[in-house]
Design a protein around this ligand. Structure first.
Ligand code: ARG
Length: 457
């Protein structure tokens, strides 16, 4: 049964029906569709456009549809074109005449615009909650590893010593920004399109402010053409989701490296690892790899929707139905990835002594040796050259700077004194870095306080 059969003399071709239909995926927002319809008829009755009796009959019918779907006694019929038709037809079957008044002053164009916004808004809230959990887990690691020294890298080469708290702190900032992007999108999109009709509003005396407030929007949208054809907020969403995935993917990549046999900085828990069908010794970081891999899907969704939208004249065109599968898949992917990633971090073991040894063996204190010379009056550029010679000497002898004798130091520069050992000690190198944002314990503790406050902990 079609909602629009009146003007037609022939049945729709079966392939055309299947190609056109969206019920197989837009059934995902049946709850939002029913919520929107209840708000719509509440407003229609308040405005005297339908009777209060019809309103009550319709709402009861919609509520019974909702509970039947949820308790599994009502199935979505592939004969329906979309979720909107399915619910309206079912309502008419249940309550008769009154049901036929539901769609007064409404089009599927403003209806689908509303449903997608309601759905997105709910999902944004969920994603925000998941990011908050992830941040809480990251913060826990930061608090426990303020003095876990490790090498910081540039070009994946050991650079300067940092702490695990500092490294995790970098990701805390990234996911904190991701949350603020989610929050921005939510507030910018929070205007209600219902009442825009097909494209040009309606002739009924709708109270759009009232509908908007019933659905917890900040107000109604201000141009009916834009309302039914705006998908900007989904593009913003997919962009924010892509950025979240980019962050998760970088973090995953680091964990994969850290978990490798060569590094052994961390050990992913058995419960978050998988084995090999042939090599009995293997324990693979598949979860981190999958998170890294799924990033491609989410980027793909963003590119797809941008491309879909680029040539569409105003107002509604069917192309826009393509927004759904892309967005649903990206949202579900991101929610799954954040959840799994958080669990992996919660159960991961950190090998502090391995990290510390690695920080000691890689000349990560070379900059500090140069700073020592600078503090004794040597110009930085000369100090850089002198320490370069020290490093060369150590590489030849296969030792670290700390292993050199004072005589050996002084043979390269007479400026070195006994206190050079204290100056290039791993702990000193980190703890001297006390400016805000640096890895020293003092600075990190201040940042941790800020993070706790931000999470209301
Ligand atoms: N399934 C459609 C979509 O997702 C609903 C809107 C249909 N409107 C129309 N004029 N055909 O976009």
């Amino acid at each position: 049964m079609k909602l629009w059969g009146g003007r037609f003399t022939k049945e729709t071709n079966r392939l055309v029906h299947n190609f056109n239909a969206s019920i197989s995926f837009d059934q995902k927002f049946y709850r939002q569709d029913i919520r929107g319809s209840i708000a719509h008829v509440t407003m229609l009755a308040k405005q005297g456009i339908i009777s209060e009796t019809d309103r009550d009959t319709i709402i009861k019918g919609l509520e019974s549809i909702l509970s039947d779907i949820e308790n599994g006694t009502l199935y979505f019929s592939p004969e329906s074109e979309d979720i909107h038709s399915f619910i309206e037809q079912n309502l008419i079957e249940r309550v008769g005449e009154a049901g036929k008044r539901l769609h007064t002053g409404r089009s599927r164009n403003d209806q689908v615009a509303l449903d997608m916004k309601l759905y997105t808004r709910d999902e944004l809230d969920e994603i925000d909650g998941l990011l908050k959990n992830l941040l809480t887990s990251i913060l826990k690691v930061m608090e426990e590893h303020l003095e876990t020294y490790m090498p910081g890298f540039t070009h994946l080469q050991k650079a300067q010593p940092i702490t695990l708290a500092h490294h995790f702190g970098a990701y805390f900032e990234m996911f904190r920004r991701d949350r603020s992007r989610i929050c921005d999108i939510r507030s910018r999109m929070n205007l209600c399109p219902l009442g825009s009709g097909a494209l040009a509003g309606t002739t009924y005396p709708l109270d759009r402010d009232y509908t908007a407030s019933l659905l917890e929007f900040d107000g109604p949208t201000l141009n009916s053409m834009d309302s039914v054809s705006d998908r900007d907020y989904l593009i913003e969403l997919l962009s924010a989701l892509s950025t979240i995935m980019m962050h998760l993917s970088r973090f995953s990549e680091e964990i994969i490296i850290w978990n490798s046999n060569e590094y052994r900085f961390v050990e992913i828990d058995d419960s978050y690892s998988t084995g090999s069908s042939i090599m009995p010794q293997k324990k693979n970081p598949d979860i981190a790899e999958l998170v890294r891999g799924k990033t491609g899907r989410v980027y793909g969704a963003l590119m797809s929707l941008l491309t879909t939208m680029k040539g569409i004249p105003l107002a509604y065109n069917k192309d826009m139905q393509e927004d759904k599968e892309l967005s649903f898949d990206a949202i579900d992917t991101v929610k799954g990835c954040i959840t799994l990633f958080t669990g992996m971090i919660d159960t991961m073991k950190f090998n502090s002594s391995v990290m510390e040894t690695s920080a000691k063996n890689g000349f990560t204190n070379a900059t500090d040796a140069a700073d020592y010379l600078v503090n004794h009056g040597v110009p930085f550029r000369d100090a850089h050259g002198i320490v370069g010679q020290l490093v060369l000497f150590c590489i030849e002898k296969n030792i670290s700077l700390d292993d050199m004798s004072l005589k050996e130091f002084q043979a390269i520069s007479p400026v070195f004194e006994e206190d050079i050992y204290e100056a290039i000690r791993l702990k000193t190198c980190v703890e001297k870095r006390t400016t805000i944002g640096a890895p020293g314990k003092e600075a990190m503790s201040r940042v941790i306080e800020n993070c706790k406050e931000y999470l209301n902990l």
